[in-house]
Design a binder for this molecule. Structure first.
Ligand code: SF4
Length: 241
C-alpha cells in the first residue's frame, strides 16, 4: 500500500505545482478522508470543499464539524438551502448557501403529482439540483479538483483515469487504485477516525434516504430500489464547466 500512497502524493504534488487554483472535494466518507489527508500532507493549506444536502444524515453534519475542527481543514460547505441548518452552525465552518427555489419547486411538484418524494421518483433530478449544480458552483473558480474516486467501488467506476480533463477542468483521482481494505489500513495507520455509519455496516455514504448498508460492491447500497441503484450522482459523469 505504501507504494500507492507515494504515487498518490506524487500525483497531488504535480497537480498542486501545475494548477494553483486547485481544491479537494470531501464528502466525509472514508475515501474522501484518505484523499484529504494525503493532499494536506502534500500541501497543508490546500483548499477543501464539501457539497452537503438537507438529506444528509445528522451524523454526517456532526462528523463534518468534528473533523473540520480536529484536522483544521478550513472547509467550505456548499448547500442548497434557504437557511443554515442548526447542525451546521459552527464558528469554524464557512457555509455557502445556494438558492433553493428551483429544488423546492421541483420537489413540491413531484410530491403533488405522485405523493412521493423527489429522491424516490426522480433521484437523477434530485442529485442534479442538490449535488451536481452546487459542485459546479464550487469548482467554478478552479483549474483542477482532487477527488476520492476509486475503481473498485462499483461497476460505474471501473473506467476512470487518474488524471482527467473534462471541458478544461482537470480532475485528479489520486486513490483510484486503492482497494477498500487499503483505505481502511490507511485510516487506521494514520489515526483517522471514521464516520460512525461504517460501524453499522454501510460501505458507501450518501444522503440518508439513498444509502443502505451491505452489498456485494461498495456502492450497491446507494439508491436501492430505484433505477439509479449502485449508480452515480452525476458529479463524476457530467461536465461541470
Ligand atoms: S443522494 Fe438522494 S437525497 Fe441526495 S441528492 Fe441524490 S437523490 Fe437526492
Amino acid at each position: 500500500m505504501e507504494e500507492k500512497v507515494a504515487h498518490a502524493k506524487k500525483l497531488i504534488e504535480d497537480a498542486v505545482r501545475k494548477y494553483p487554483r486547485i481544491a479537494v472535494a470531501c464528502s466525509f466518507g472514508k475515501d474522501s478522508m484518505v484523499t484529504v489527508h494525503l493532499a494536506r500532507e502534500v500541501d497543508p493549506n490546500i483548499k477543501v470543499f464539501s457539497i452537503m444536502t438537507p438529506y444528509k444524515p445528522r451524523e454526517t453534519f456532526d462528523y463534518l464539524r468534528a473533523m473540520n475542527k480536529k484536522m483544521n481543514l478550513g472547509i467550505t460547505v456548499y448547500m442548497v438551502a434557504d437557511s443554515l441548518p442548526e447542525a451546521l452552525r459552527d464558528g469554524y465552518l464557512e457555509v455557502m448557501l445556494l438558492p433553493p427555489e428551483e429544488f423546492n419547486e421541483k420537489a413540491s411538484q413531484i410530491e403533488a403529482d405522485t405523493g412521493r418524494a423527489i429522491y424516490e421518483t426522480n433521484p437523477d433530478e434530485c442529485c442534479r439540483l442538490l449535488k451536481v449544480d452546487p459542485t459546479k458552483v464550487a469548482v467554478s473558480g478552479l483549474d483542477a479538483w482532487i477527488t476520492g474516486l476509486r475503481s473498485t467501488e462499483g461497476s460505474t467506476r471501473v473506467d476512470y483515469q487518474e488524471i482527467e480533463n473534462k471541458g478544461g477542468l482537470i480532475k485528479i483521482n489520486p486513490i483510484l487504485t486503492f482497494t477498500e481494505a487499503e483505505i481502511w489500513r490507511y485510516m487506521s495507520t494514520r489515526g483517522i477516525e471514521p464516520h460512525p455509519w461504517y460501524q453499522k455496516n454501510y460501505r458507501s455514504l450518501g444522503c440518508a434516504p439513498c444509502s443502505h448498508p451491505g452489498g456485494e460492491f461498495e456502492r450497491d447500497g446507494r439508491w436501492q430500489d430505484t433505477r439509479k441503484c449502485g449508480g452515480e450522482c452525476g458529479i463524476h459523469t457530467q461536465r461541470l464547466k
